[in-house]
Design a binder for this molecule. Structure first.
Ligand SMILES: *Cc1c(COP(=O)(O)O)cnc(C)c1O
Length: 365
């Protein structure tokens, strides 16, 4: 990996919270995405200068021309990655080069400029250098980074913007399951897809989320916490949830996840779990999984566990799948053993409680 080349101008916030205010926030219910640290990173890009004007500045509103193309044509991408505080106080992140590379792939698909991977990693380091005290230390807590890129050019013509901004904000996050990991109900979206063949499903862009919000409301109206989307061509095969990948555990020990189809977002948690499963000597399959295989497998006992995974919640057991005219699984059954042991192994690596045998951790401070 090439070294980061941008020089940052650091302008400390004039209204940063006091140590007492920060401690009060970190000691309370953090939830997810509710509180933000005092600073943010901003880097500008335009067609003539390339990446320039890297700054660490006070967290606060952006100033955008009302004709900025992000506001009209949705030219936006983002990432999600965490900083973990280890027992000795050091601060680490997990596979940041993978997130940086994915941001580049998303940028390519959305016709945005590619930020070098080394600059992506450096942007996290710069934010932690000034806001390290915002990395919480309670069990399973973290500082969640939200890097994102928007098209900022003031121009209503429909073409790739010639100016963009890259930003990183950071939000202290509590344990996702504050009351212990509990299985969730999932709603099968039969009327809507989140992505199309040839579309942007494999890119991490806001537009995919916009398309998932109505089905998400439908899920909630049916007492479910998340939506499961099927493939957009035949409407037969599992793709993923609105923001998490999905795994099935079979009675014979096989671990199965939908193969990347071009419309599935390639999760870094997904790829890490595949590696951990292979390390355990489990048979791992990345292939098409028909929704009927899930329904029948759970009903027959062939499939013993189902779980979802992503950076925010790590691993979420799925207790029940519901659709318009069916329900399979038992929401009251305890979370599966394989699910919970993979969850534990992954978080133990992230928090430095197990050796990092794949070199996934990168020290930020
Ligand atoms: C971010 C995301 C995931 C999970 O990716 P991780 O890298 O594991 O956090 C899965 N699906 C979608 C649609 C996503 O946006």
């Amino acid at each position: 990996m090439n070294a980061a080349a941008l020089t940052y101008r650091v302008v400390p916030s004039s209204h940063a919270r006091s140590a007492e205010q920060r401690a009060a926030i970190l000691a309370g219910e953090l939830g997810f995405g509710k509180y933000f640290s005092d600073h943010m990173v901003a880097i500008q890009w335009d067609k003539t200068q390339g990446w320039h004007d890297a700054t660490v500045c006070a967290y606060g509103p952006l100033s955008l021309d009302p004709s900025a193309s992000v506001l009209h044509y949705g030219q936006e991408i983002f990432e999600g990655i965490k900083a973990y505080r280890h027992a000795d106080g050091s601060i680490w992140t997990f596979r940041p080069e993978a997130n940086g590379a994915r941001l580049q792939r998303s940028a390519a698909r959305l016709a945005l400029p590619q930020l070098p991977v080394a600059e992506f990693v450096e942007s996290l380091r710069q934010l932690v250098a000034i806001d390290h005290a915002w990395v919480p230390s309670a069990p399973e807590s973290s500082l969640y980074f939200r890097p994102f890129m928007i098209a900022t050019e003031a121009f209503l013509g429909v073409r790739a913007a010639q100016a963009a901004g890259y930003y990183v904000i950071a939000s202290p996050a509590g344990a996702y399951f504050a009351k212990g990991v509990a299985p969730v109900s999932i709603w099968l979206s039969e009327d809507y897809a989140r992505a199309a063949k040839g579309g942007t499903g494999a890119a991490k862009c806001g537009g995919n989320y916009a398309a998932s919000l109505l089905p998400q409301q439908e899920a909630q109206a049916h007492g479910c916490s998340q939506v499961l989307f099927l493939d957009p061509v035949e409407g037969k095969y599992l793709e993923e949830l609105g923001g998490m990948n999905v795994f099935l555990v079979f009675k014979d020990g096989r671990i199965v996840t939908p193969a990347l189809s071009g419309s599935i977002l390639e999760g870094i948690t997904r790829s890490s779990i595949l590696q951990l499963a292979r390390d355990r000597g489990l048979a791992v399959e990345e292939r098409q999984v028909a929704i009927d295989e899930w329904k029948q497998g759970v009903a027959s006992g062939e499939i013993t566990e189902v779980f979802a995974c992503g950076t925010a919640a790590v691993v979420t057991p799925i207790g029940e799948l519901k659709g318009k005219d069916f329900a399979v699984g038992d929401i009251h059954a305890p979370a599966g053993e394989v699910t919970m042991s993979i969850r534990k192994e992954l978080t133990d690596i992230q928090y430095g409680r197990l050796p990092d045998r794949h070199g996934w951790l990168v020290r930020l401070r």
